[in-house]
Write a protein that binds this ligand. Structure first.
Ligand SMILES: C[S@@+](CC[C@H](N)C(=O)[O-])C[C@H]1O[C@@H](n2cnc3c(N)ncnc32)[C@H](O)[C@@H]1O
Length: 188
């Protein structure tokens, strides 16, 4: 329901209710040594653009896409060179082999994964981190469709070169404990 998602997320950003307004996600900064510093990157569901800004500062040209126009506008104000796009990522694709890096934090849209493979150049890098089904242990009302199954990422990207994989509980920036999985993988 993309239209409903846009309304819901715009309201959250307008009211400052989005959980994560800090800098780039620690999983991105901790894996910075795996990232290219030239070329083109896509930040999938970039929100306020913390990851996009981090990548711009590292020398990349960045396209940041999100369905929430409020967040996209704020990101563009903070990083004027950002190629900021309001887009529904359930039907989104860029030119084949056009990207050196894709980052995808806390937005799980499995139908995009084949497009990640097409859009990345051979040797391009994907960084993806989001919540896992273990979250249901502490938040039973969480919809499992939006959570990763155990070991799902390394299975889905089995023929890629896995540069990093983590699955478990962490406490990002002192917030409540989260069950997450993150992968850094190089496209064959
Ligand atoms: C939990 S936030 C994550 C934002 C950012 N990646 C981060 O790590 O802080 C999820 C984001 O997904 C966006 N989103 C939800 N549905 C979307 C859709 N269909 N197309 C594009 N973006 C969508 C929301 O607007 C929101 O910014």
């Amino acid at each position: 329901m993309p239209a409903v998602d846009a309304l819901r997320w715009n309201a959250r950003y307008r009211e400052g209710r989005h959980e994560y307004a800090g800098g780039p996600r620690p999983y991105l900064t901790e894996n910075a040594h795996h990232l290219p510093t030239r070329g083109w990157a896509l930040d999938v569901a970039m929100g306020r653009g913390a990851a996009a800004g981090f990548l711009i500062d590292r020398g990349l040209n960045v396209i940041g896409a999100d369905i929430a126009s409020v967040a996209v506008r704020a990101a563009k104000e903070d990083w004027p060179t950002l190629n900021a796009v309001v887009a529904d990522l359930t039907c989104f694709e860029l030119r084949a082999s056009s990207l050196d890096l894709i980052v995808n934090f806390y937005y799980l849209e499995r139908s995009l994964w084949p497009a990640f493979r097409r859009m990345l150049k051979p040797g391009g890098v994907l960084v993806l981190e989001t919540l896992t089904q273990a979250m249901c242990l502490s938040q039973p009302d969480t919809d499992p469709a939006f959570l990763l199954a155990p070991g799902e990422l390394p299975t889905a990207f089995a023929d890629w070169e896995i540069l990093d994989y983590r699955e478990g509980w962490n406490t990002p920036h002192g917030r409540s404990r989260r069950a997450t999985a993150g992968i850094v993988a190089r496209r064959p």
